[in-house]
Design a protein around this ligand. Structure first.
Ligand SMILES: Cc1ncc(COP(=O)(O)O)c(C=O)c1O
Length: 459
């Protein structure tokens, strides 16, 4: 139990803890927000403030906080066998059982899984595995992986290279060789003037162009998030993914769906590719597989790749100490069973997802909102200066950050990506809690509007 004051904790934090994606000088001046406990969809900070967590931690706490079944699963497994590895022809019952369970909730052509400790590691595995696949097929020159600008695929060298975040590439000489990017399917930024469907087909044609440029015989795979999460909940037009699928098939290129955010019910189906209408060869997962209670990730390997790796592969020289960690896998099993027991995927698809969509249609009327979009329980509001013309605020105004500060003060976690305000609440959220969350969001939009008006930023 924590017995230290907020100030003591902040001082120790500033002295010793280097946080991810953080400007440490700035943080030390302000002091970190210290979260001390959580229940259901709410957090409490070290000063006792209650906060509605509309981001599910970091897109992961799908079953909400405080689920005893997951705590019990971890405790039981730690007592029984806290660790054993999966190298050297060994296995543990939880890893075997989770692999079996994953095969039962993923599309039928996925029967095998490679476990990692995180989403980033999962995507490193993807890079190693697709290149290994083409080696085994006698096409070792097929090395290039095509991804998209503003994608997020993690923070390891391969993950950050697959991602398309300019700020990350600028640090550390990324991307690594053999990874190239095309533009994202973001209608508001790149397609206004076109119908959404036409833009979806246009954005997919950029993949065809890149394949021509690189040479199809050199391309190993295309990777994408069904809905780009960290990039700002960019929901592609319905025509996009089926066309991407057609292009990959036409050139024999592997298709990889990064389901780290979209997996495990977030979009109203078990996996985002099912909602967006495509059939990938590989799927990266993490986060929602354990609802973030313990770290776990991996790659679902479809028959096309698995058959080659297993039948003619020999040893795949790749793996992690924590591949198939028994405690993480035990929690994963309890988590998936709980998602099934609570019928959360249907709850998102038929109940709270449509309710959120209705509420966002109403929020789109707000004077500050240029667009409001949802997909299951992921949603984004774009804050604009001139609603009628769809004019953006100047970037250095940081209106998204201003709105985020109002959210924190009002007890709501809503994330800002530029001027896109995004949410992905726990899937256990009730209808009444959706109303409560939307009322908070509306209040924060009103406060932000008053703020930008007072600053004269609307003129
Ligand atoms: C789509 C996607 N892929 C990969 C990752 C990386 O996962 P991790 O942070 O577990 O390494 C993330 C993290 O947010 C993600 O959103």
């Amino acid at each position: 139990m924590n017995t230290r004051t907020t100030q003591e904790l902040q001082a120790a934090d500033a002295a010793h803890f280097l946080h991810p994606f953080t400007d440490h000088l700035g943080l030390a001046k302000k002091g970190a927000r210290v979260i001390t406990r959580a229940d259901n969809i709410y957090l409490w900070d070290s000063d006792g403030h209650k906060i509605l967590d509309a981001m599910s931690g970091l897109w992961c706490v799908n079953v909400g906080y405080g689920q005893q079944a997951l705590v019990d699963a971890a405790t039981r497994q730690m007592r029984q066998l806290p660790f054993y590895n999966a190298f050297f022809q060994t296995a543990t019952p939880p890893a075997i059982e989770l692999a079996e369970l994953l095969a039962s909730v993923t599309p039928p052509h996925f029967k095998r899984v490679f476990f990692s400790g995180s989403g980033s590691e999962g995507n490193d595995t993807v890079v190693r595995m697709v290149r290994r696949y083409w080696d085994l097929l006698g096409q070792p020159q097929r090395q290039v992986i095509i991804s998209r600008h503003n994608a997020y695929h993690g923070s390891t060298m391969a993950g950050a290279s697959l991602g398309g975040m300019a700020g990350m590439h600028a640090q550390g000489g990324l991307p690594i060789p053999g990874i190239v990017h095309i533009e994202q399917p973001y209608w508001w930024a790149h397609g206004r003037g076109l119908s959404k469907d036409d833009f979806g087909r246009l954005a997919a044609s950029w993949l065809e162009d890149k394949i021509q440029e690189v040479g199809a015989e050199n391309v190993a795979a295309f990777i994408g998030e069904p809905v780009q999460g960290a990039g700002g909940v960019i929901i592609p037009p319905a025509t996009y993914w089926p066309e991407i699928q057609r292009i990959c098939d036409a050139h024999g290129i592997l298709l990889v769906s990064d389901e780290v955010i979209c997996g495990f019910g977030r979009t109203g189906q078990w996996f985002g590719c099912e909602t967006l209408g495509f059939k990938p060869d590989l799927m990266t997962f993490a986060k929602g597989v354990t609802s973030g209670y313990v770290p776990l990730g991996g790659v679902m390997v479809g028959d096309r790749v698995a058959d080659v790796l297993v039948q003619q592969g020999g040893e795949f020289a790749h793996g992690y100490t924590y591949s198939g960690h028994p405690v993480a896998c035990a929690v994963g099993i309890a988590n998936i069973k709980l998602i099934q027991q609570l019928d959360l995927v249907r709850h998102v698809r038929e109940d709270v997802g449509p309710l959120l969509a209705e509420a966002y249609a109403q929020l789109s009327e707000h004077p500050l909102v240029g667009s409001a979009e949802t997909c299951g329980l992921m949603a984004a509001l774009l804050l604009v200066k001139d609603k009628a013309r769809g004019t953006a605020f100047a970037e250095d105004r940081e209106v998204g950050m201003l709105c985020r500060s109002h959210c924190f003060r009002e007890g709501l976690i809503m994330r800002a990506v530029g001027d896109r305000m995004i949410i992905a609440p726990p899937l256990v959220i009730t209808r009444a809690q959706v109303d409560e969350m939307v009322a908070l969001i509306r209040r924060c939009l009103d406060l932000t509007l008053a703020d930008v008006t007072a600053r004269g930023w609307l003129s």
